[in-house]
Design a protein around this ligand. Structure first.
Ligand code: ZN
Length: 726
């Protein structure tokens, strides 16, 4: 029951090994070509605003001895999680079918009668976990791995050969195609434990049917959902090729196919590794859609048995730039998955905390991105867990997740878990039914990322650092064409968006006319040459003039377009940030802390000071937090009709520093300024923290902002402002 080192991915060999993109352009920092950009993701954007729910506790544990284990029961009972995620406690394993042992090296097929017995045991186990206080329980399956040997008919092939003997268990009849034909092309089986790991294709209809049937079986065992691991599609099989032709025919008319891709008829369309950027982006989008379809299909199957059946899907890490970037071409899309699963799991390396003075590890981007794009993040951290960093991790999930969760590796640190669970249970009105309240919109555009606009993604990382560090409240935007969503924000920054499509151009122009400010980092062109609208933002760009500060500014109505053609002058790359490290650089023992300490010794700069200064000028100040320790505090705010909640998290908790006592350094007294939504006034304000008594807060309102003081912030606090019409 000790925390695993390899939790999210149950089988070492199933860890996401999606091939790195071999195509050109991956590492360049230049914007991509604007010519002939397609309307990728047009239909991908959710119009309605994401709404928050209450945070919850989440425990993951893949030990193989949960059943009938008093020690395990006691660990659950000590701090029952809102969601309990187990590994092997299912009747039929997705990787090897019905077996008596979860360990494939001890493969021993289970008879149909033994599967029935096992189903009864699993039902009892889930009931028992519920009885001990776990609110929901889910097991592990994986959509990209089978184990066995197709020649000696071991593992999954043993099941395949005897499939019809399991009739009546809900697994249907034997599929007509041998599972060796379900493999992703051109993946090779890898030797493992007397057999091989195979990589089946999520687009294979027989494999999909098996996973759907397994989803129903899991629901019938009483589980509340399941966890899907790996989720990688990098396949050129005939099922994928046929699906890709359907995908392209749905998206483009024959004339568009001809004009954009030089394709004379749909039969010529095929998945290929080497392709021009626009075509490659379609391939990547199709990969993401394939995984979405797979996830949705399994969730739908489970929901036939229980309507609230939920899906958690592993997307891998986002804590390092390189890891996130190289996975986007293999089917991983926060935007795409947000609607196909209930929770997106980010499988990260580091706990939150302070790895060296001024070097902060956080998962703000993962939580906020998933929420603002319409989903919820659950974030699993492996390295650096202590009671104090666990408290910080729960605090971070509550402040930034909008209803997501930290994933506690194993059942360690029950006191931290119980403490936060009690706090959330006592104060649901801090969390339920809110939308993000922000001052600065940060577009996170998957179409640009798929078109290899690495600069856009890199600037999003830099911006997240700079804005979070300086306490400006921000929100990620999945689209630039959603006028209503833009209209809620005083400032929108365009991080190397490179080109504007006509609908973006017009929506941004309307936004400016209504008084909004667009700050463009880097230059912008029309998506297609010669299509600049007379009344779009790009036309305004052409008329921009230098103002007294030397900035290029275009004015229209009450708003402005501020052009910063040299982004590095305003938002340079920091000499060191944890997100810059690759997985290989981060994981060797002692390496992260060594690099963090070296960076701290050299002095950690405040990223993007010049940009932040410009933003503060445009915002008339903006949110801020000052006082001893404020540089380690991060803010996030949520709004609903009757209330505004500001969350404060203090990251000054030693991380990977065994020489330092693992306790937080309180920040304060903090002087905090929070801009109010226009037309609203504060009736009262109260402060809440798991470490302090609830209390009334004295608030001074000036220039449309509330100011208050927090005398000593240990790890987490929230202020709830009750609003009235002002
Ligand atoms: Zn395939």
């Amino acid at each position: 029951m000790t925390p695993g080192t390899d939790c999210g991915s149950l089988y070492a060999a199933t860890r996401d090994r999606s091939p790195r993109r071999s195509r050109r352009g991956v590492t360049r920092l230049r914007p991509c070509s604007a010519a002939g950009v397609s309307a990728i993701l047009d239909s991908e954007v959710r119009e309605e605003l994401p709404i928050s729910t209450r945070p919850f506790t989440y425990v993951i544990d893949y030990a193989g001895n949960h059943m009938g284990n008093a020690e395990w029961d006691a660990a659950i009972e000590a701090a029952p999680p809102g969601l309990l995620h187990v590994g092997h406690d299912i009747p039929v394993l997705s990787v090897s079918g019905p077996t008596l042992a979860w360990d494939v090296s001890k493969f021993d097929p289970a008879s149909p009668e033994q599967v029935r017995e096992r189903m009864a045991q699993v039902r009892e186990f889930v009931e028992r976990m519920r009885g001990l206080g776990a609110v929901k329980v889910i097991p592990y399956i994986v959509n990209c791995i089978l184990w066995g040997d197709h020649e000696t008919r071991k593992g999954f092939w043993h099941f395949y050969d005897h499939w019809n003997e399991y009739a009546g268990l809900g697994l249907g009849t034997q599929p007509p195609q041998d599972p060796v034909e379900w493999q992703q092309e051109q993946r090779r089986a890898q030797q493992h434990a007397g057999g091989y790991w195979y990589t089946p294709c999520p687009n294979n209809p027989h494999f999909q049917r098996f996973l759907d049937d397994l989803g129903r079986m899991i629901a019938r065992c009483g589980y509340h959902g399941l966890f899907m691991d790996v989720n990688t599609c990098w396949c050129f099989c005939s099922a994928c090729q046929a699906d890709f032709r359907r995908f392209m025919a749905d998206r483009y008319s024959p004339e568009e196919l001809r004009r954009r891709f030089g394709v004379k008829e749909i039969a010529e369309v095929s998945l290929r590794d080497e392709a021009p950027a626009e075509y490659a982006a379609e391939v990547d989008l199709f990969r993401a859609e394939s995984v979405q379809r797979n996830l949705r299909s399994v969730r739908n199957a489970g929901q036939e048995v229980r309507p609230d059946f939920l899906m958690v899907a592993n997307i891998g890490p986002m804590g390092n730039f390189d890891g996130f970037l190289h996975r986007t071409g293999s089917g991983k899309s926060v935007l795409g998955w947000a609607r196909a699963c209930d929770y997106i799991m980010f499988e990260e390396w580091l706990f939150p905390g302070e790895a060296a003075p001024g070097v902060i590890s956080d998962q703000i981007m993962q939580y906020k991105l998933a929420f603002d794009l319409g989903g919820k993040a659950v974030v699993l951290d492996y390295k650096g867990g202590t009671p104090a960093t666990s408290e910080l991790a729960w605090a971070e999930s509550a402040a930034f997740g909008g209803g997501g969760a930290f994933v506690n590796p194993g059942t360690a640190f029950p006191e931290a878990r119980a403490k936060y669970d009690r706090f959330w249970t006592a104060h649901p009105d801090l969390y339920e039914g809110y939308e993000t309240h922000a001052e600065v919109g940060v577009p996170f555009l998957y179409d640009r990322i798929l078109l290899r606009n690495v600069a856009h993604l890199r600037q999003a990382y830099r911006l997240t650092d700079a804005l979070a560090r300086t306490h400006l409240l921000f929100e990620f935007l999945p689209s630039l064409a959603d006028e209503e969503r833009l209209a809620r924000l005083p400032v929108v920054i365009l991080p190397a968006v490179d080109f504007l499509r006509p609908e973006e151009d017009l929506a941004l122009r309307k936004y400016v006319e209504r008084g909004g400010v667009v700050v463009a980092l880097g230059s912008m062109k029309p998506a297609e040459e010669g299509t600049t609208a007379q009344d779009g933002l790009l036309a305004l760009q052409a008329k921009a003039e230098r103002d007294v500060s030397g900035a290029l500014v275009g004015r229209k109505g009450a708003g402005r377009l501020v052009l910063l053609p040299d982004p590095d002058a305003y938002l340079p790359e920091s000499p060191f940030a944890l997100w810059q490290l690759t997985e290989d650089e981060m994981q060797p023992e002692g390496e992260t802390e060594r690099r963090a300490a070296a960076a701290a010794a050299a002095g950690v700069p405040v990223p993007g000071e010049r940009l932040v200064g410009l933003l503060r000028g445009l915002l008339g100040g903006g949110a801020c937090c000052q006082g001893p320790g404020a540089e380690s505090v991060r803010l996030n705010a949520f709004l609903k009709a009757e209330a505004l909640v500001l969350h404060l998290v203090n990251y000054a908790v030693p991380l990977l520093r065994p020489q330092d006592e693992a306790v937080p350094s309180p920040a304060g007294p903090l002087r905090v300024r929070l801009p109010l939504p226009p037309g609203l006034a504060i009736a009262q304000a109260r402060a809440y923290s798991p470490d302090e008594e609830e209390r009334r807060v004295e608030v001074a309102v000036a220039d449309g902002a509330a100011e208050f003081e927090w005398s000593s912030l240990k790890v987490y606090g929230a202020v709830r402002f009750t609003l009235t019409r002002g």
